[in-house]
Design a binder for this molecule. Structure first.
Ligand code: SF4
Length: 329
């Protein structure tokens, strides 16, 4: 009996010693800032950052694999807090939101049938498309609205999703759920948007939707910065190049391009102007005029507030005339 107790006690000591050595050898340093970073995050575990949850994102941030701006629901406040914890600078925060690439609501898209089955866009698409003749259009059965965890989507009276950019966190759930791929994540700053996803040739588009892109190429021709191009019968506007001047939307014959900056502001030129004429030369819309060495003026009817002139003025005499102007030049 005594021998058994002694041998068991001995074994216990050996095991405890082994565990002690192992814990020292395999000890993993935990960054003391981890708790701080986790506490700064909203705890929604929505996955919008690309990590499985807030804890994963916190580890990614500390490993400098994830940007401090990567938490969309947290927005600027969380980004600033994380930057403070990590002691880094935050650059300009470019918020993404879900954007609808279809304007073909039930009043604009031509219907060929009425669907009366399961009210889910994915099911609708599987059984023929829901009745609209355009096979690229939003089918309008609100699956995106149902999957949105942030109540950022409501359906319009025309059966199209309306996305509230203030509530949208770019979590991507609606984008994944949409069977027609008419939802994409784009910078919230970008306000001139092609509301069509049809790759059909123009004549076919005309027969199925009154606001479809026919690929006519006018946007490509009028864009002053070569941001618009036609690809597979469809207008594509590069958000990185586009200066949101809105001229393509104004000239689009089918209203397939929308301009979120309407009503538009203009730019104004102050008395500081030296009449160097640079602004008049760079303006793609001939909206600025004046004699050399004299104060220049802006024609508000021609100015689109694209902002291309603003950074070119050597004496900073040009500014936007109102808060709506968001030119990125
Ligand atoms: S955007 Fe997609 S998910 Fe939403 S209603 Fe239209 S087809 Fe359905």
């Amino acid at each position: 009996m005594l021998a058994a107790i002694i041998s068991l006690t001995g074994l216990g000591f050996i095991a405890a010693f082994g565990l002690g050595v192992a814990s020292k050898k395999f000890h993993v340093e935990v960054d003391p800032r981890l708790v701080e970073v986790e506490e700064a995050l909203p705890g929604l575990n929505c996955g919008a950052c690309g990590y499985p949850g807030c804890s994963g994102f916190a580890v990614g941030v500390l490993a400098e694999e994830a940007e401090v701006t990567g938490c969309a629901p947290g927005g600027e406040a969380v980004a600033l807090k994380l930057a403070e914890i990590l002691g880094v600078e935050v650059g300009g925060i470019d918020r993404k939101v879900s954007v609808l690439k279809c304007g073909g609501g039930s009043g604009k898209a031509v219907m060929e049938a009425l669907y009366d089955g399961i009210q889910d866009c994915r099911s609708v698409v599987l059984v023929g498309g829901g009745g609209k003749l355009c096979r690229y259009s939003c089918v309008g059965f609100a699956t995106c609205e149902k999957v949105c965890p942030f109540d950022a989507i409501t359906m319009s009276s025309d059966d199209l999703p309306i996305i509230d950019p203030d509530l949208c966190t770019a979590c991507n759930k609606c984008v994944v759920a949409c069977p027609r791929d008419v939802l994409v994540l784009e910078s919230q700053k970008h306000q001139v948007i092609v509301r069509c996803s049809s790759k059909d040739p123009g004549p076919r588009v005309k027969t199925v939707c009154s606001v479809g892109c026919t690929g006519c190429g006018i946007c490509e021709k009028v864009c002053p910065v070569e941001a618009a191009r036609i690809d597979m019968n469809l207008s594509f506007i590069d958000p990185g190049t586009c200066v949101d001047c809105g001229i393509c939307a104004a000239r689009c014959p089918t209203d397939a391009i929308t301009d979120g900056l309407l009503p538009r502001t203009t730019v104004v030129i102050s008395e500081e102007c030296t009449g160097c004429t640079i602004c008049a030369k760079v303006c793609p819309f001939d909206a600025i005029s004046g004699q050399a060495k004299q104060l220049h003026v802006v024609d508000p009817d021609l100015c689109t507030a694209c902002g291309l002139c603003v950074p070119r003025c050597p004496v900073n005499a040009i500014s936007h005339s109102g808060p709506e102007a968001t030119a990125t030049a």
